[in-house]
Design a protein around this ligand. Structure first.
Ligand SMILES: Cc1cc2nc3c(=O)[nH]c(=O)nc-3n(C[C@H](O)[C@H](O)[C@H](O)COP(=O)(O)OP(=O)(O)OC[C@H]3O[C@@H](n4cnc5c(N)ncnc54)[C@H](O)[C@@H]3O)c2cc1C
Length: 415
């Protein structure tokens, strides 16, 4: 049987369904789906294989900020490679406005800008940086009347900047990318993967066996790249995980806030974005240094630290009766000697297999462009026959705060 119920002669012989493609992309996060869109636009016959649910990895945990390089510039690392990121806000905005490829007009833009505030006067180094030409074009200092509502308070004493960085609902981006291409996305059982030469055998999550004949494979599977690399009997490239423990809070604030708070160091003390849960309640999602340090804390200690940060940074906020939760997630990136945190995307090719990590959601477009350029440079031929078998449609992941286990019992966090 095929997945749609029709009988095929392959199935009668218990043989796998044979499918010829140019490229197989593994992983339906932002990197895989953006790459699939760009490959198909360039004329390649490409399919995407997903093992869990579209968006299920880091992408649904991302805060959705399309960085324009402010963070790198703050740490003094606005180098040639991180310059690539400077174009990302306008690139994503064009796609959202329907003027760019791929079309993201069906995605939800949560905020047109991201903000940066400091509780006291910024240190001279940072003030100097804000006065620099590069930052003048990307940020605007706000006067008290233009502040987001929550900061229009007599006790707010700091400085406030608007950064040219849109914030997206990441799962709506995943849907906007996947829906128009869903016939080319197959849900697989990753345990059935078997690779020999230019063929790859795999069963779909519905139990139908396929044998793909391919020219190139791209691993865009985030943390899953490591297992795929070893399944393909390779040791390269190496991957590193950098864990985070993010905090969620809901139930008492209806204000939507999208901002980093800078303390004495150039790393944000806290980065807050706002989202809606399945019931429509506003969820504050908190990362930054709070989440980096959270890795060494128990959930209860981390929530305590989050409450303390908020009461110092926004003291007029009433958090009585709030619900709190903790989300643990690893960032997955290339591991390179001498670097602890890569500041741009990475791509490595070994034989016919390319492994890629975007490092940032924001960088998915440049990652995908580079992958297509590599295929063109390798003269990968484009099939004229684009037909594929019909298979079951893909499934989508939930946003992480819509999963019950992340919320802590009030009795534990109210003390
Ligand atoms: C808490 C947090 C906040 C972040 N915030 C931001 C932000 O605001 N802005 C920003 O630019 N970046 C941000 N990032 C970084 C960003 O989320 C990641 O760089 C990006 O989402 C990685 O996308 P990806 O597609 O490579 O991987 P993933 O999103 O992890 O997707 C990998 C996919 O591959 C699938 N998969 C795994 N194994 C297999 C297999 N064997 N076969 C098939 N499929 C497989 C998974 O199920 C998953 O769907 C954040 C990251 C974290 C953790």
């Amino acid at each position: 049987m095929t997945e749609t119920g029709a009988t095929s002669h392959h199935a009668l012989n218990d043989a796998p369904v044979e499918v010829s493609v140019d490229v197989i992309v593994f992983g339906g996060g932002i990197a895989g789906l953006w790459t699939l869109a760009v490959l198909q636009k360039a004329g390649y016959k490409a399919v995407l294989l997903e093992s869990q649910a579209l968006g299920a990895g880091q992408t649904r945990y991302a805060q959705g900020i399309i960085h324009g390089g402010t963070k790198y510039a703050l740490t003094g690392k606005l180098t040639a490679s991180s310059e690539a990121v400077a174009d990302m806000p306008s690139r994503w905005r064009d796609c959202y406005e329907g003027n760019g490829e791929p079309d993201l007009s069906q995605a939800e833009l949560l905020s047109d800008a991201h903000y940066l505030w400091s509780t006291t006067s910024l240190t001279s180094r940072i003030s100097g940086f804000f006065a620099s030409k590069v930052m003048r074009s990307r940020s605007t200092e706000l006067d008290s009347k233009s502040l987001p509502a929550i900061f229009q308070h007599k006790d707010f004493k700091g400085q406030f900047y608007r950064l040219d960085e849109p914030v997206f609902n990441t799962m709506t981006v995943i849907r906007a990318l996947a829906e128009p291409r869903k016939q080319t996305i197959l849900m697989i059982d990753p345990q059935t993967l078997h690779h020999e030469g230019d063929k790859l055998k795999v069963s779909s999550s519905q139990g139908v066996d396929y044998r793909f004949h391919f020219k190139k494979i791209i691993f865009n599977a985030g943390e899953g790249n490591e297992e795929l690399i070893s399944r393909f009997k390779s040791e390269q490239p190496r991957m590193q995980r950098r864990p985070l423990k993010m905090v969620v809070m809901r139930g008492v604030q209806d204000d939507m806030i999208y901002a980093h708070c800078l303390g004495a160091s150039v790393n944000p003390r806290i980065t807050i974005t706002s989202h809606r849960d399945a019931q429509g309640k506003v969820v504050w999602y908190m990362g930054g240094q709070l989440a980096e340090d959270g890795v060494n804390k128990t959930d209860i200690a981390l929530v305590k630290a989050a409450k303390k940060e908020l009461s110092e940074l926004i003291p007029w906020l009433d958090l009585n009766g709030a619900e709190w939760g903790v989300l643990e997630i690893n960032r997955a990136e290339i591991k390179k000697p001498g670097t602890t945190r890569p500041d741009t995307f990475s791509i490595e090719q070994h034989g016919d297999v390319i492994t890629a990590w975007p490092t940032k959601l924001a960088l998915a477009p440049v990652l995908a462009d580079e992958l297509v350029d590599m295929l063109q440079a390798d003269n990968v031929e484009k099939s004229t026959d684009q037909a594929l078998p019909e298979w079951a449609p893909p499934v989508y992941a939930e946003l992480p705060w819509d999963e019950d286990p992340c919320w802590l019992p009030p009795s534990e966090v109210d003390v």
